[in-house]
Ligand binder design. Structure first.
Ligand SMILES: Nc1ncnc2c1ncn2[C@@H]1O[C@H](COP(=O)(O)OP(=O)(O)OP(=O)(O)O)[C@@H](O)[C@H]1O
Ligand SMILES: [Mg+2]
Length: 321
């Protein structure tokens, strides 16, 4: 029991009329308590699905296999009641879509307060006061608490979701694009508040984001996802400043503050993904082997892990062997 979240051989497929969508493909990843782990990758790569799997909040057409261990429990086989008790208090989610994630017919203040009261033995008054102090940290005021979601801008709804996420001082926060659409000042404020929670509880965070500058500022480690696979994982300065995988290099170089060089091609179908390395059709350095065999995650001398045959001379990762 070390407070880590250990994802082992996680597969998530969605049944659709066109076939099975393989959104997460045999992912193994240990999220260390007290650390911020960034999850980056192009749209549709499986980031949200991976985050939602931890809390078992996937759509009904999902078929899930593997294990997600937390505090001696396998979250994937936990009974419903225990899972509900864990959500919000031990592991909380700031969901990606502020437009749909809030209850449209309940004032937002009540939505924060009810989250607090449902998990902690506090009076209604204390719940309201706590809700107020949280939203103050997100640069909102008491009158905002009285609003219904439709009365608030997208950015304000985003901040209410962040407030609900941290309202019970969770040990883990899964934050899915928590600052999308916010201006730079508010964005900084949201992250400062998250950082305080992290310091106070020694909590951990899985931060799903497209913003590599913020990821570099906030994350201890980064996992790079492509078509359901983790292609690179390591310390954030290693991954973002000295990317190894050709895909990570492409992502970094397409950022506005870097070369703004768009990556060639587009993400593959997740129903019929390419054989071998799923990135090989877009990779400038692809070899014959890359279309035939899926590379393992290889450990580099700097300690990061890269799923690419260019790095197969070093060490193989235990889980994959
Ligand atoms: N219920 C579902 N049924 C079928 N396919 C789904 C379902 N939910 C997600 N998917 C598919 O799974 C894949 C991964 O989706 P996911 O939402 O995790 O992407 P993402 O990396 O979070 O992208 P973004 O950066 O745009 O948020 C996508 O192809 C998506 O269409
Ligand atoms: Mg997403």
């Amino acid at each position: 029991m070390n407070g880590n979240i250990k994802i082992k051989n996680l597969n998530v497929h969605f049944m659709t009329k066109l076939g099975n969508v393989k959104a997460v493909d045999n992912v193994s990843l240990e999220l260390e308590k007290g650390k911020v782990i960034g999850l980056i990758g192009e749209t549709g790569s499986g980031k949200s699905v991976l985050g939602l799997s931890i809390l078992r909040l996937l759509a009904d057409n999902a078929i899930v296999s593997g294990n997600i261990y937390y505090e001696d429990m396998d979250l994937l086989s936990l009974n419903k009641k225990d899972m509900i008790g864990l959500r919000g208090k031990s592991i909380a989610l700031v969901p990606q879509n502020p437009g749909t994630a809030l209850n449209p017919i309940m004032r937002v203040g009540r939505q924060i307060t009810e989250t607090i009261i449902s998990h902690e033995k506090v009076s209604k008054k204390e719940g309201v006061n706590r809700a107020f102090s949280i939203i103050k940290a997100f640069m909102m005021n008491r009158s905002n608490l009285k609003s219904y979601p439709f009365e608030l801008s997208g950015g304000m709804k985003q901040r209410i979701l962040a407030a609900i996420g941290i309202s019970c001082n969770p040990m883990w926060l899964i934050a899915d694009e928590p600052t999308k659409g916010l201006d730079a000042i508010v964005r900084g404020q949201v992250y400062d508040t998250f950082s305080k929670i992290k310091e106070r509880n020694n909590a951990g965070m899985l931060l799903i984001t497209h913003d590599l500058i913020l990821a570099r500022r906030l994350c201890d480690k980064i996992a790079v996802m492509y078509a359901g696979d983790i292609l690179e994982y390591g310390l954030s300065r290693e991954v973002l400043e000295k990317p190894k995988h050709p895909y990570t290099k492409g992502l970094v170089n397409s950022q506005p503050r870097k070369h703004l060089k768009p990556m060639l091609g587009s993400s593959p179908s997740l129903i019929n993904p390419p054989e071998g390395c799923k990135f090989h059709p877009r990779c400038e350095g692809a070899m014959k082997k890359c279309s035939l065999e899926k590379p393992l995650l290889y450990k580099t001398v700097m300690g990061s892990e890269v799923r690419c045959f260019l790095f197969d001379k070093v060490e193989k990762r235990n889980e994959d062997i």
